[in-house]
Design a protein around this ligand. Structure first.
Ligand SMILES: C[S@@+](CC[C@H](N)C(=O)[O-])C[C@H]1O[C@@H](n2cnc3c(N)ncnc32)[C@H](O)[C@@H]1O
Length: 242
């Protein structure tokens, strides 16, 4: 079988192709696997790495979750973490993304799995990289969750694509939806050029780690733990504080 290689999904024109490799069906105990191009939009097309990153995040997240948690995954992509969370009994999950092909794929792939505890929602947010024709500014977007309703928000490789105004707004939204003491597991690239605290464009944002934590604190999200480097991104566990 041909290797899926590292296809450049940004070069794709027209309809997003979903048939570049034979469908990889889920077994009775597994969610189907998205194709190489869709995997590439959520970081990497290589199946082994894609799985490993997803499991690493899910393992870290589960270590800090309360029983029967409610999880909000912002920028959920094509279910790299959700597929592992779906193995956890009683975990309720809402995944949100502005990249429509990923949400469509997740809706289909997770349909009927996990007893309806998993939901996916698209919002038409503007992103130069993922949804240039979008209509909603991310800084105006309200997460689809009630105040104080979420045990853990996941933002895996999301702040690596958010401009500073959007980053601030998302931190404030995370705080709004978090239960008292609720958690957020997030990642950043933390290598801005010397003398800069926040740098880049929506294809890659780098933030000085202490500056990011200062922004988070301003939104009343404190740093519970610096998890460290996970597959090339700095992972941080934030906690809702008063
Ligand atoms: C590198 S991918 C990571 C996907 C997923 N979290 C994972 O780790 O597999 C970044 C994801 O964030 C989404 N995204 C980018 N900007 C966003 C925004 N402002 N709000 C929500 N999602 C966004 C993209 O569509 C994409 O699916």
């Amino acid at each position: 079988m041909e290797s899926s290689g590292s296809s450049n999904w940004r070069a794709v024109e027209g309809d997003f192709p979903l048939d570049d490799e034979p469908a990889l069906r889920g077994g009775p105990l597994s969610v189907p696997i998205p194709n190489a191009q869709l995997r590439a939009t959520s970081s990497i097309s290589d199946i082994g790495s894609w799985y490993a990153i997803g499991e690493a995040w899910a393992q870290i997240a589960m270590r800090f979750m309360p029983p029967d948690p409610t999880v909000l995954d912002i920028g959920c992509g094509c279910g790299k973490m959700a597929r592992f969370f779906s193995l956890v009994p009683n975990l309720r999950y809402l995944g949100v993304d502005l990249f429509l092909p990923s949400i469509r794929w997740c809706e289909k792939a997770f349909l009927g799995l996990a007893g309806g505890r998993f939901k996916f929602e698209h919002f038409d947010g503007i992103s130069e990289v993922y949804n240039p024709a979008g209509t909603v500014r991310p800084s105006d977007y309200q997460f689809p969750a009630d105040d104080g309703s979420i045990d853990m928000t996941i933002c895996a490789a999301l702040f690596t694509h958010l401009l500073e105004e959007d980053c601030m707004h998302y931190l404030a939204e995370i705080r709004r939806v978090s239960k008292p003491g609720g958690l957020a597991l997030v990642s950043i690239h933390n290598e801005p050029p010397q003398g800069k605290r926040f740098d880049g464009d929506e294809s890659r944002i780098d933030i000085d780690e202490d500056y990011f934590l200062e922004l988070a604190r301003r939104c009343k999200m404190g740093c519970r733990r610096r998890i460290g480097n996970v597959y090339g991104q700095q992972v941080l566990l934030l906690e809702a504080i008063d």
